[in-house]
Design a protein. Structure first.
Length: 250
């Protein structure tokens, strides 16, 4: 832990009898206790090393210093340190829960609505992939039967290279007006990735997804990495916000 609560009045009241040397030793031991979040070893050599003093200095002062600790199973336990660590752990859990709720509230969407949106997008993509594109039907160049693979459930027929080059395919997602919208594709990709993200529940997985979509989030970089891995498992093309083209460029 990089910082800890320090009550100056309580500390002064407990250490008024210490010399300057003893006060410094005691404070170094406390800092080590908070930093490692573990009781100190009940060993003179280790305690001297933590205090950064030689054995003669430690031997001369250890009787006074050790009165602040209780020996238990080879460890030195400090009651106030344990209480502060427990209090900080409770606050961290509370902040984490508050952050998750704030993320869901900020995006104005509940867990149920998110799951429904995922299902609706998936169904819409499937419907559009299997529906012929009337706008390109007249202009489409017929392809030999051998140049087209079997239809894919999401993207429709797969286009192969032929001697005459590549011709637009009918029924593809890209040719559909609704899913040619970049925002709609991005929303579908996010919803499809969520089930493959790490987390104990949907709330934690959506928190990661929202962090990946928000470049200002402090966990944005790590969240993007998780989203790329999830996109591979979900077989969707998720693109980080920094790499997306502005709307006017589409």
């Amino acid at each position: 832990m990089a910082w800890f609560a320090f009550d100056v009045d309580d500390y002064d009241a407990d250490t008024m009898h210490l010399t300057v040397c003893q006060d410094g030793i005691y404070m170094r031991l406390l800092r080590h206790y908070y930093k490692t979040r573990m009781p100190l070893p009940d060993n003179d050599v280790a305690l001297a090393a933590i205090s950064r003093i030689d054995m003669d200095q430690w031997t001369a002062n250890k009787v006074v210093i050790l009165r602040f600790f209780r020996s238990r199973r080879g460890k030195l336990v400090h009651k106030r340190c344990n209480a502060e660590l427990d209090r900080e752990d409770a606050l961290c859990q509370k902040r984490s829960k508050h952050a998750q709720n704030a993320a869901l509230k900020r995006w104005s969407i509940s867990k149920t609505k998110m799951l429904r949106a995922s299902s609706e997008h998936a169904q819409a993509m499937l419907n559009d992939a299997t529906k012929p594109d009337q706008t390109s039907k007249k202009n489409a160049t017929p392809l030999p039967e051998s140049s087209i693979d079997k239809p894919n459930a999401i993207t429709g027929p797969v286009r192969k290279k032929s001697g005459n080059g590549l011709a637009p395919l009918r029924g593809s997602v890209a040719g559909n007006g609704k899913f040619s919208d970049q925002q709609a594709r991005d929303e579908y990709a996010v919803a499809a990735c969520v089930p493959f993200l790490p987390g104990r529940d949907d709330g934690e997985r959506w928190t990661i997804a929202m962090a990946a979509e928000d470049p200002r989030d402090p966990n944005h970089v790590a969240a993007c990495l998780a989203m790329r891995l999830a996109a591979k498992k979900a077989h969707v093309g998720w693109i980080s916000p920094e790499r997306r083209k502005p709307a006017h460029e589409h």
